[in-house]
Write a protein that binds this ligand. Structure first.
Ligand SMILES: [Fe+2]
Ligand SMILES: [Fe+2]
Length: 279
């Protein structure tokens, strides 16, 4: 697991953030297409299956294992249209990481609750529940070196858009988990970014997290040093919050995105974080 990568002395925890794996399966079964999935399948047929190249998954698992990290945090969008077969592929991939000695945590993305039916049937929980940090979000874990990680809810099924929403009560709970976390910098992980625009991406209203600004303010107001890790935009970015200097926002590339896929390495120290995109 620590194959050749040395951990600098000040690093408490070395974490790999992977996200937006988007395992996919084409299905034209009429029973399965009687909802939003028809649009998803057309999109997959025309575009996505050429963008998400899953042929290098074994090699990717090897690269992740060679990073010398103990923990992988997987930030959602494991599937494309929330089909059982897509979740099975995702489970197999996370399992290979576990077999290589990595502790894996997973939260859902909007594509994992792609249809109301898949959400009602609890498809994500059924296949990937073993990797979830606790029964429901928000939840907090503490990594072996002492870094607290708070996982944020916010995904929901939609008729057409990919909007998320976090409830005021969930924001209060999240901020409490951050404020009351063991001493030191805190990692906070959600599927949706809290900044709608950075130098790397711009999010259309239909793709955003509802109440993102309130969550951002609540995290800023804790006064804790926070690194907020997200996916969803399929682009790496690292931005210091101009309103809350204790808050830094990072988004990670989609893991298997052809030509610019990859993950983010986060080194957690006693005073902050060092972030590096691996493409
Ligand atoms: Fe995605
Ligand atoms: Fe997403």
């Amino acid at each position: 697991m620590t194959d050749g990568v040395e951990k600098p002395d000040d690093v408490r925890d070395r974490v790999l953030h992977i996200t937006d794996l988007h395992f996919w399966r084409l299905s034209w079964s009429p029973r399965r297409l009687a909802n939003k999935r028809l649009l998803g399948m057309l999109n997959l047929r025309l575009r996505r299956r050429r963008i998400f190249d899953l042929s290098g998954r074994e090699q990717m698992a090897e690269s992740l294992a060679r990073e010398g990290a103990a923990t992988v945090i997987a930030g959602g969008d494991f599937s494309t249209t929330a089909l059982e077969e897509e979740f099975q592929q995702a489970f197999a991939f996370l399992k290979t990481l576990e077999e290589r000695g990595l502790k894996v945590f997973a939260i859902p993305g909007n594509h994992d609750v792609y249809t109301f039916e898949a959400t009602r049937r609890g498809c994500f929980e059924k296949h990937l529940g073993a990797f979830m940090p606790g029964g429901r979000l928000p939840a907090r874990v503490v990594l072996p070196g002492g870094t607290p990680v708070v996982f944020v809810p916010g995904v929901r099924p939609n008729l057409l858009s990919s909007r998320g929403n976090i409830l005021p009560k969930e924001i209060t709970q999240t901020a409490h988990l951050v404020a009351e976390a063991p001493p030191g910098p805190v990692l906070v992980v959600g599927h949706y970014p809290l900044l709608f625009r950075t130098t790397a991406y711009a999010q259309r209203p239909m793709h955003r997290l509802g109440h993102a600004k309130t969550l951002r303010a609540a995290l800023g107001d804790t006064g804790r040093t926070v690194l907020y890790l997200a996916g969803h935009v399929h682009r790496f970015s690292e931005t210091r919050d101009d309103r809350y200097p204790n808050l830094t926002h990072v988004t990670t590339n989609a893991l298997f995105y052809k030509g610019r896929g990859g993950y983010t390495v986060v080194e957690c120290t006693d005073t902050g974080f060092r972030v590096e995109a691996k493409v």
